[in-house]
Design a protein around this ligand. Structure first.
Ligand code: ADP
Length: 298
């Protein structure tokens, strides 16, 4: 399904402007919504999932007016919220049956088939009779996807699903997401650049409730090709000196040294070497530009 979001704004009662006239178009694909904590990702996800209303703006999901016809959205929606905190002393098997009934799947045979297939798909079959409260973080997230996939949703929203997972669990989870298949719109909200790089043919970067960039990771990378340079420095003083004279995108500690990446249209000299652009460069560059613009305005 295609999702058209137009001019969405939301200010919470405490005065925080979480969404500022935000517009986005999302097609039948895995769409990465990348942004730092506090960017407004969950606010946007909850609004699309019909759990909260914006102050203004429209959302259209194919023929469905999302803000008006909430029950129609809920019939095609699978949602894994950021805080998926209810882990009762029920087993995964019981809980999925319970949720399937709530989703209106009345036939026991149909439910059995659906629940068993999901438990297999999410690799939880062996643990299906264990209490959910005993599940590890990775198992809980896989259960979260299983419940989101009940009743063949056409729009799937997963909000920060890999935060807190260890590398093996994260890998398993991303593989699971990528197996969901085509003909489904999946929105993956995350602050982890690698999640988007590995899975998403299209993405948007958002910060402070605004879209900073929308497009494919490949074209964003192409735009930076030949413009990223790197150098390793040993001391904090050297690092500060570089920060004052170059457009520093990021610094990483590598073996106790600072690896500095800068953005420059041509070779900056000073022993900088050209390096391949990465999606993290795209992300940090957009965030620093945005921060500089905001500072200039305020
Ligand atoms: P993200 O998911 O990208 O971390 P959120 O949508 O959770 O961003 O938050 C965006 C901003 O709105 C943050 O400044 C956050 O503190 C604020 N916010 C989120 N939910 C509420 C709420 N219910 N009431 C007040 N402020 C909120």
């Amino acid at each position: 399904m295609a999702l058209a979001i137009h001019n969405l704004s939301k200010t919470y009662p405490n005065g925080v402007r979480a969404l500022k006239d935000l517009s986005l178009n999302i097609g039948n694909e895995m769409f990465g919504l990348l942004g730092p904590n506090g960017a407004g990702k969950s606010s946007l996800m909850r609004t699309i999932a019909t759990l909260q209303d914006p102050d203004s703006g429209t959302i259209q999901l194919d023929e469905i007016n999302v803000l008006k016809d909430k029950s129609a959205v809920r019939r095609v929606l699978g949602y894994l919220p950021q805080e998926f905190g209810v882990y009762p002393k029920m087993s995964a098997l019981e809980m999925l049956h319970h949720l399937a009934i709530m989703k209106g799947i009345a036939s026991k045979a149909e439910r059995n088939q659906m629940v068993d297939a999901l438990l297999n798909q999410t690799n939880l079959w062996a643990a299906r009779k264990k209490s959910l409260s005993t599940y590890s973080g990775g198992m809980k997230q896989r259960f979260g996807i299983a419940q989101a996939l009940l009743a063949n949703p056409k729009l799937i929203i997963v909000d920060e699903p890999t935060a807190g997972l260890d590398p093996a669990e994260r890998n398993r989870f991303l593989n699971l997401l990528s197996s969901i298949g085509s003909n489904v719109t999946v929105i993956l909200s995350t602050h982890i650049v690698e999640d988007v790089r590995e899975l998403c043919p299209r993405m948007a970067i958002i910060a402070n409730g605004e879209v900073l960039l929308e497009g494919s990771p490949a074209s964003a990378l192409e735009a930076l090709r030949g413009k990223i340079y790197s150098k390793v420095v040993a001391t904090d003083d050297e690092l500060r000196a570089l920060e004052s004279s170059f457009n520093v995108i990021s610094t990483h500690l590598v073996g106790g040294l600072h690896e500095v990446r800068i953005h420059a249209d041509s070779s900056p000299g000073q022993e900088f070497r050209p390096v391949d652009s990465g999606l993290e460069d795209v992300y940090f560059l957009n965030l620093t530009h945005h921060a500089a613009r905001s500072a200039a305005i305020n």
